[in-house]
Design a protein around this ligand. Structure first.
Ligand SMILES: [Zn+2]
Length: 355
């Protein structure tokens, strides 16, 4: 069944309302979890329905959807991939505190992200180049499609008044570290890297943002010691998620491709940068239908327009510092309730942790 994703401005604006409530934490397998009922209450989603394996919390046009044992999590029908599966505890579906803090909170209340920098510059990164062709289809190479998309996006962004920096503007090989350095040299900027996927008969679009410290990369086989190393990009965890949400929603809505979700990874170009960043995969070159589409200039122009939409959405969502401060004043803060078996709880916004 096709589900509608709200226009993106509405997506963030409608998510902005919430109220402070008491947090109750449950420890499951050594990790902190919060019930979906608790989360729904905090964000003012009054209707909470349990249907078999699934819980849907909604109010007006806002909704959260989760299923027991699944890492798929839907906010206004946009797909996010959680770092840890939803668990069932005492008959309630619960989300990890890590996912609540690092995913749900910046998506639901982007205007409350602390110290977010107003942006006027966009760093566009065309994946691969030179001797590194990336993935290929019978129609062409990823390196050429990414560059063409980036050049189209540059025109749209410049016309809209943004300063645009390209990590490459020709068919050259630029090392990943150099790309990250180019991004980090910019002030008041965000970073968007464009790629195309490959692998089996996979189809659709997906986006990646930096995994928070302590959680496994979804591109790795399992947990690694390096998961616990704080990366440069982790200083922007909240902005990364807000940007990736803005970008992924624009990508899904503009291309109308299958939504494979917003995922976590530690790719160098999103790991080693000091500005907010996202990496998008605009379809599968290994899939005949996707590949044919990617080979058309019309599709790449659509992708470019999704980049402009992403930037506009992000700017509106994060807003100005003064707007964020004004909203903070309206938000009362309550002390967390201490219940037996629960630890001191995160509150408004929930505090971070590394498990
Ligand atoms: Zn690639």
């Amino acid at each position: 069944m096709a589900r509608t994703i709200l226009s993106f401005i509405a997506f963030f604006a409608l998510l902005a309302v919430s109220h402070a409530s008491d947090w109750v934490l449950y420890s499951v397998g050594g990790r902190d979890y919060i019930s979906m009922g608790n989360v729904a209450d905090f964000y003012g989603l009054k209707k909470v329905q349990r249907e078999g394996n699934e819980v849907i919390a909604s109010s007006n046009s806002r909704s959260l959807r989760a299923a027991a044992g699944s890492v798929e999590f839907f906010i206004n029908n946009l797909k996010f991939i959680l770092s840890y599966p939803i668990v069932e505890h005492n008959g309630q579906l619960c989300i990890s505190r890590m996912d609540l803090v690092k995913l749900v909170e910046p998506v639901m209340r982007p205007s409350r992200i602390k110290n977010s920098v107003p942006i006027d510059t966009v760093v566009l990164d065309a994946g691969h180049g030179g001797h590194d062709s990336g993935a290929t289809s019978i129609y062409g190479a990823e390196k050429n499609y990414t560059l063409d998309t980036v050049l189209r996006a540059k025109e749209l962004l410049r016309a809209a008044g943004y300063k645009v920096i390209l990590t490459r503007s020709t068919d050259d090989f630029i090392p990943l570290d150099d790309r990250a350095a180019i991004a980090s040299a910019q002030k008041s900027a965000i970073f968007i890297s464009i790629h195309f996927n490959h692998g089996g008969m996979g189809t659709g679009v997906e986006s990646y943002t930096l995994a928070p410290c302590g959680v496994p990369s979804m591109m790795a086989d399992g947990p690694a010691v390096s998961d616990f190393r704080e990366c440069r990009g982790n200083s922007r965890d909240q902005e990364n998620m807000a940007l990736a949400t803005a970008s992924h929603a624009a990508l899904v809505m503009k291309t109308r491709m299958a939504d494979r979700g917003l995922k976590r990874a530690r790719f160098v170009v999103i790991r080693d940068i000091t500005i907010p960043g996202v990496l998008i995969e605009g379809g599968f070159l290994s899939n005949p239908t996707d590949a044919k589409l990617i080979a058309t200039s019309l599709y790449r122009q659509t992708l470019a327009s999704s980049v402009l939409q992403a930037v506009e959405n992000y700017r509106k969502a994060v807003g100005t510092q003064s707007a964020a401060v004004a909203e903070t004043k309206k938000q009362p803060t309550k002390k967390p309730t201490q219940k037996s078996g629960s630890k001191p709880a995160p509150i408004d916004p929930p505090s971070s942790e590394t498990n």
